[in-house]
Design a protein around this ligand. Structure first.
Ligand SMILES: NC(=O)c1ccc[n+]([C@@H]2O[C@H](COP(=O)([O-])OP(=O)(O)OC[C@H]3O[C@@H](n4cnc5c(N)ncnc54)[C@H](O)[C@@H]3O)[C@@H](O)[C@H]2O)c1
Length: 359
């Protein structure tokens, strides 16, 4: 399967590792600047290097390489245009989260992919962490009973150097704030496990300490699900002096689970009425990966390759990517209007909130 990547910045090494671990034929590395290319080339085994070419323009790469699978890991604001061009060229896609920054763009990707019959996977890799898979399995088996309540907390630190390293970060046009960038993984998983069908959201967002970015550095939200469950979402990058926690708590009538660690890899609480498997599950999921993305990208690549080969949806579909941004855009709308917002959303974009914290 011929593979190429567009956007060779900070997260691209995880993609190349994923492509190598799944035996893809890496053909093209594309970026408008070549600064990230040597580090990626270094990862590629000697015997494969001759088949890998650098392209400054992704359109040239699509034309020359005709890749079967393309990863898009550019800044978030330019991904839709690139995704639509790749889909038109017949490529299956792994799009880094978030799928897009507006409902219209997410819908355009979903529609185009259906028309061209290609797979689109959104890189919410934490879904494939074995600990998260275990929680999802317990939910699918009905072990929680009636879902009551959940909480997704991402209490992190991102400093000026982080935002200075890539100018698109923290802007309404190309990123959004901490909910859209850092917290989206946990928000995606909360919705996936507690119930996709959401009725209403009420939220506050603010820019408390990062006056050099445009968007929010804190968001707190209350979510009401159609199945009667409630959830709270808390996300911030204001924690002094370093990341404090990322946790997910799911409370059902007959089950309680809390996951923590770097990216929900550690099961801190696991109590179910049907059987007492708490000690064994906690022992199984007791370790952090070396960094936050961990091995998640490789799992995403394994899943997408299998989805293409067996003609099924990937574990994180484009529709799932839309659900994650829909919830975040509803939070943005509620925070901006001071009113509860009903889902589903048919429109909304990060750019709708340009200038929100400037006065
Ligand atoms: N899944 C995760 O855990 C995770 C972690 C970090 C970042 N991300 C996501 O990955 C994406 C990239 O983040 P990053 O931190 O690597 O950003 P980055 O700024 O370090 O890298 C982005 C790269 O894209 C390149 N680029 C921009 N426009 C381009 C174009 N038209 N054609 C080709 N290349 C282009 C830039 O030159 C840059 O090198 C973002 O969407 C971000 O949200 C995901």
């Amino acid at each position: 399967m011929k593979y190429a990547i567009i956007g060779c910045g900070a997260i691209s090494k995880n993609h190349i590792a994923g492509a190598l671990n799944t035996g893809l034929e890496i053909c093209g590395l594309c970026d408008i600047v070549d600064t990230g290319i040597p580090a990626l080339m270094e990862m590629i085994p000697e015997e494969q290097k001759a088949g890998v070419k650098y392209y400054p323009d992704y359109k040239d790469m699509l034309e020359e390489v005709h890749p079967d699978l393309v990863a898009i890991a550019t800044g978030s604001g330019v991904k839709t245009r690139i995704a639509l061009d790749c889909i038109r060229a017949g490529a299956n896609l792994i799009i880094e989260k978030p799928i897009a920054l507006s409902i219209a763009d997410a819908d355009a990707i979903i529609t185009a992919a259906k028309e061209q019959n290609v797979k689109v996977c959104i890189c919410h890799q934490n879904r494939l962490n074995p600990s998260v898979q275990a929680i999802k399995k317990a939910a699918d088996e009905g072990r929680f009973g009636r879902m009551l309540h959940g909480s997704a907390r991402v209490l992190w630190n991102r400093n000026k150097a982080y935002y200075d390293a890539a100018k698109w970060r923290g802007t309404w046009k190309s990123d959004g704030g901490t909910l859209m960038n850092q917290c989206i993984h946990n928000i995606d998983i909360l919705r996936w496990i507690l119930g996709n069908d959401i009725k209403q959201v009420f939220a506050y967002t603010d820019r408390q300490t990062h006056d050099y970015i445009e968007a929010e550095d804190i968001g707190v939200a209350v979510v009401k699900f159609a199945n009667g469950a409630y959830a709270t979402i808390e996300g911030t990058v204001n924690v002094y002096p370093r990341n404090l926690e990322e946790t997910l708590t799911i409370l059902g009538e007959t089950g309680t689970v809390k996951a923590g660690g770097k990216s929900l890899n550690i099961i801190e609480q696991w109590n179910f009425a049907d059987k007492d498997d708490s000690a064994e599950v906690k022992a199984q999921f007791a370790e952090n990966p070396p960094n936050i993305p961990g091995l998640g990208h490789t799992r995403i690549y394994e899943d997408v390759v299998d989805a293409i080969r067996t003609d099924r949806d990937p574990v994180v579909s484009a529709e799932d990517g839309r659900r994650a941004i829909e919830l975040i855009l509803a939070i943005y709308e509620s925070a901006a209007t001071g009113k509860p917002v009903d889902l589903p959303l048919t429109s909304g974009a990060t750019l709708d909130y340009a200038g929100r914290f400037d006065t």
